[in-house]
Design a protein around this ligand. Sequence first.
Ligand SMILES: N[C@@H](CCC(=O)N[C@@H](CS)C(=O)NCC(=O)O)C(=O)O
Length: 195
Amino acid sequence: MLTFYHAPLSRSGRVHWLLHELDVPFETVRCDIPRQDGSGARDPRNPHPEGKVPALTHDGALVTESAAIMLYLTDLFPDRGLGIAPGEPERGAYLTWLFWYGAVVEPVYIAEVLGVADHPVAQASFRDRDAVAARLIDALGGRDWLMGERFTAADILLCSPYLYFPDATPDHPAVRDWIARCTARPACRAAAEQD
Ligand SMILES: N[C@@H](CCC(=O)N[C@@H](CS)C(=O)NCC(=O)O)C(=O)O
């Protein structure tokens, strides 16, 4: 049994979208979370150790962190074709996109919000929004999806910040067209409509 701990208009939206893409049964617990405007509060039903969303339990076992949840789900349902399975030649590239997102992309944009994007430590550790854009543009040149012919959870995760912060979208047709392809998917719309 899959139980998804979710708060609309938060980082759990991308996991909600993936669950719709997978088309598997799951139960949703809509959680309250503390919001940056001071509203909301930690929800005692949420098993995340810090009270954040997304969180997922599978037969009682807890998974947190968007990329880990996505990898867990796409490995759990390999027949749905939304991940790259161990042993496939593209597995390494798939893992790279998922981990790069959490380890580099979010820190790059957060460093900008904090006004420290030019700090030598931020540059050395993460680079900057131009480097993020260059990686995406390079991957999407002449390809529909990050993994080439196959739409995967990596597309959901990597496009997710630009759905909430369109002004941060790299200004390049390959990226804009990719986001349009992603958001045109019925599962993306279904998840958004439910929220
Ligand atoms: N790196 C985590 C971030 C999760 C996260 O920060 N979620 C926010 C919502 S966008 C949250 O639950 N905040 C509540 C809090 O700060 O207590 C992931 O991607 O899963």
